[in-house]
Design a protein around this ligand. Structure first.
Ligand SMILES: [Zn+2]
Length: 138
């Protein structure tokens, strides 16, 4: 049977395909290290957050160099290593609850909020920085 990258499950509610957007960026293929980092984020941040606010949409997850520069990401973006995701709750009325939770969550490395969505990052190999900027993206 042929393995399909779109079927790979990182945690109970999150699939690898949600973090890649291969429909839009067919060459956005992660390394095993990136997959390991994404898996960490799913288990330590996204699943606990989902438990609280219900389904979460991944606007942007892993980005290879080409995708990252295409979307205007920073050169040292944590999206490049699978250590960040831009997310929003499927039900917009849970946005503030999601922010409040991640703001004080022990595994949050960076939390930057936009309008109705937020950038969250994690650091599997070190201490989370708990760097929080509300209204960072205008
Ligand atoms: Zn981001």
């Amino acid at each position: 049977m042929k393995e399909n990258i779109n079927d790979v499950r990182l945690s109970q509610h999150f699939k690898l395909s949600e973090f890649l957007r291969l429909d839009k960026y067919p060459a956005n293929i992660p390394t095993m290290q990136v997959v390991a980092n994404l898996t960490y984020g799913c288990h330590q941040l996204l699943e606990p957050a989902r438990l609280l606010v219900g389904p979460i949409i991944i606007n942007s997850g892993f980005r290879n160099e080409a995708v990252n520069s295409k979307v205007g990401g920073m050169k040292n973006s944590q999206h490049l290593t699978g250590q960040a995701a831009d997310i929003r709750p499927k039900d917009p009325k849970h946005f503030q609850q999601l922010v409040d939770f991640l703001k004080s969550w022990e595994y949050t490395d960076q939390l930057l909020t936009g309008s109705g969505w937020l950038h969250i990052s994690w650091n599997p190999l070190g201490q989370p920085r708990h760097y929080v900027r509300i209204g960072y993206y205008k």
